[in-house]
Design a protein around this ligand. Structure first.
Ligand code: ADP
Ligand code: MG
Length: 324
């Protein structure tokens, strides 16, 4: 996703930073902009220290290397585990934070990614499953040797937290971009909506979009097969794993964007809907009254009814099809 706004204002403060393995940026307007943004960045770093799968002293790493079958988490981590389990139930298991063994195995981030053997995949699959997590408040019982990977929801959670922090600082206009997880707060300082570009999933140019939405006070989260992937023998192996197969999902979608004031939910559901595919995904989103923009392998762009009036299509020359 891309932000198409450029406005200069004397109370503007922007910070570009890198954490959670992701380039991020926050721009805020108002007299407390700098303080609010600075506080937000230390908050995100603190979350990374809790949820990272790679920092070996994070709570998630400590839990993954647990000795025995139980682990006691902090309130913050257990609250997001509880939410994640709700999202797993709601999505019929498409969203699942217990895929750590599989995501380690696939390691799409590696410089030299390899396709795991069928045996390794089926062995890793046995060590997954959200139903194997039994939670009683902060106390979590692991019914098998599963490892947690909360990478599908933590940036959304961070976005919601930043929204709270900036609001506490009295900031009424801001744009938070945590690597594809966007939160637009209020309107632009000139009182017009924010324009948020929807990335062209088949163009490596970071600035290529298929259109944009004009929105205020909401979060926009995309899951796609183009963020982290490698191609081998013409097959694209990306970072979103279908919990049923243990391999990168092969649905008919190449991008799923969810628009909702809850960025945590949008993050979990964008990952889930990407796996569900168009038919199941659209049905699920309609039932739950959630706005979306989906892009299929055949380059069809599907926009939820409610969002059509705020969507501007710009993908025709790039071969995308949008039937308003
Ligand atoms: P990104 O992290 O690129 O913004 P997503 O929000 O879609 O994208 O999350 C993908 C990440 O979530 C993966 O890198 C992995 O850590 C984790 N993950 C992969 N498959 C699933 C899944 N089925 N459910 C929950 N998390 C997943
Ligand atoms: Mg996600």
């Amino acid at each position: 996703m891309l932000l198409l706004n450029s406005c200069q204002s004397k109370n503007e403060y922007t910070n570009n930073f890198f954490t959670m393995d992701t380039p991020m940026s926050i721009t805020a307007y108002g007299k407390n902009a700098k303080e609010g943004v600075t506080k937000s960045i230390s908050y995100i770093n603190r979350l990374d220290g809790l949820f990272s799968k790679t920092l070996n002293q994070s709570e998630i790493s400590l839990a993954n290397n647990r000795d025995g079958s139980a682990y006691v988490f902090s309130e913050t981590v257990s609250a997001l585990i509880a939410k994640s389990l709700e999202y797993s139930k709601a999505t019929d298991g498409a969203f699942d934070i217990t895929l750590g063994t599989l995501t380690n195995l696939w390691d799409t981030k590696s410089e030299t990614p390899k396709i795991p053997s069928e045996k390794d995949i089926s062995d890793a699959l046995k060590l997954t499953g959200y139903k194997n997590l039994i939670q009683d408040k902060t106390h979590v019982l692991f019914k098998n040797a599963l490892k947690l990977d909360m990478g599908g929801v933590v940036k959304g959670y961070a976005c919601d937290g930043v929204y709270e922090i900036l609001s506490d600082y009295g900031i009424k206009s801001a744009i938070v971009n945590l690597g594809g997880n966007i939160y637009v707060i209020g309107e632009k300082p000139d009182k017009t909506p924010w324009n948020v570009g929807i990335k062209d999933p088949r163009n490596d140019d970071q600035n290529a979009i298929i259109g944009y939405i004009s929105v205020k006070d909401t979060s926009i989260v995309t899951s796609g097969d183009y963020q982290r992937y490698f191609i081998k023998d013409g097959i694209r192996y990306h970072h979103i794993i279908d919990p049923k197969t243990g391999s990168p999902s092969e649905s008919d979608l190449i991008s799923a964007t969810i628009i909702s004031p809850s960025s945590t939910m949008a993050d979990a559901f964008s990952t889930a809907v990407f796996i569900m595919g168009r038919e199941k995904g659209e049905k699920f989103l309609k039932e739950n009254n959630i706005d979306y923009i989906l892009i299929t392998k055949s380059k069809e762009v599907i926009v939820s009814e409610n969002l059509k009036s705020s969507f501007t299509f710009e993908g025709k020359e790039k071969g995308y099809i949008y039937d308003k």
